[in-house]
Design a protein around this ligand. Sequence first.
Ligand code: NAD
Length: 501
Amino acid sequence: MDKAVDNLTPLLAGVRTFVGRTHGLFIDGDWRALDGKDRLAVYDPANGAKIASVVNASGDDVDRAVRSAHDAFEAGVWSGLAPAERERILLRFADLVEAHAEELAQIETLNQGKSINIARYVDIGGAPAYMRYIAGLSTKLHGETFDVSIGAVPGARYNAYTRREPVGVVGAIAPWNFPMMIGLWKIMPALAAGCTVVLKPSEVTPLTSLRLVELAHQAGLPAGALNVITGDGRTGQALVDHPLISKITFTGSTATGKAIARSAADRMLRTSLELGGKNPAIFLADAPIEKAVQGAVVGGFFNNGQVCAAASRLYVDRTIYEPFVAALSEAVRGMSMGPGLDPGAQINPVVSAQHRDKILGHIDQARRDGARVVAGGQRPDRPGYYVEPTVIVDAAPQLAISRLEVFGPLVTVTPFDSEDEAIALANDSPMGLTASLWTNDLNKTMAYIPRLKAGTVWVNTHNMIDPNMPFGGYKESGVGRDFGIHSLDSYTEVKSVCIAY
Ligand code: NAD
């Protein structure tokens, strides 16, 4: 399974220089003083080497960043620009991301561990199209006009309409699986709506956000419109608790999302919460085995399973269950393993030593609970944070491995005997982010779709997202939707205006 490390993508000269520099906090349009601050180490998951360190921002740092964003918002240096001017700057920002794509992709792979192919074609490669879509919405914000029916003083006439106004300072908190991409999912709609932003990337993968903010300012973003602070969960909590923050947009685990929602409740802080998934894929009897197995590999092992939308629970019609498990196990055993910088490696390290140990702990627990590992399940004997891609069977629905999000290269496979049983198994989860269905039977497809409790249902595909297609969760997978023409709604307040004349 191991690949010789003879095929590594050579790093661009600027990448090592950027990664190795003394990183600070980007506040009020510039890098701010760093000396004497608590710092957090950043590692290369491919070998465990420390490659950088970033500031673990204190409450005072958070306060400085939020005040900068607040002053910029109140002064109208961003929200006061004509929408077409905001759009122009955001489009230039997209152009700069595109121009620096290889550099950003290499930084992402070095820090996150993911395949350079995924960094090139998804994380960074997908960014300009998304950014341009959202930039275009800057000029599409609009309200409604309406006639007034009740409460009229005799003889008076009224003109009534609504305005959409930016909500204020947005605190954006991102996870480590698609660091720059998900950071953009937060800052782009906030900026397009006229808000100002303080972004806190994950402490595990902060590097691309630190480069991104430089490009944003090169594009013409005014000082204070986008601040980037680094730090751990305490920094994130200080951002949530800051009284000048008007909205938190968060992507991360359900546990952290719930903690944020509890803090937010006290002052009715607006929140959008994109949380975890434990997503089912259902393979019906007519699904061709080869295509079904390819779908399961992409659904379950893309980005080493570190995908909120990943298909981690596979339900397979009993008539094809045995050949499906055999073919999937063989495919998974055949996946080549290596560093993300090796474009030929299909399985790469997971993001951190801590996360690797968590995944291995889930596998051990599954074994103790009576489930069977039929492929993988071990930590390979090599440096770096690797976990073998793993297939587990005989996992009863109540077991931890069937219920908890593992967020690693691991799937469970379970047979079913009827449509009702497949639906019941698929929906038997506190989460509801995505689901996929694999069949060419149109009638069955149309019967399944409304019965699946998930924010996205894919048919004969998995992990497919698009800027125009809303994305978010049912149940504990979150509140709110990213993407789509309504992206800016949750970054605005609706103001009703009624004029008597
Ligand atoms: P996490 O919840 O541990 O951390 C996410 C971010 O929250 C980090 O920046 C972290 O520093 C910060 N944080 C931690 N505690 C905080 C607190 N008390 N207050 C404020 N901020 C705090 O998540 P993670 O491990 O970085 O990411 C993986 C999770 O993200 C998975 O559960 C995955 O499903 C989820 N995810 C969801 C989506 C989606 O769109 N639904 C997309 C990607 C990832």
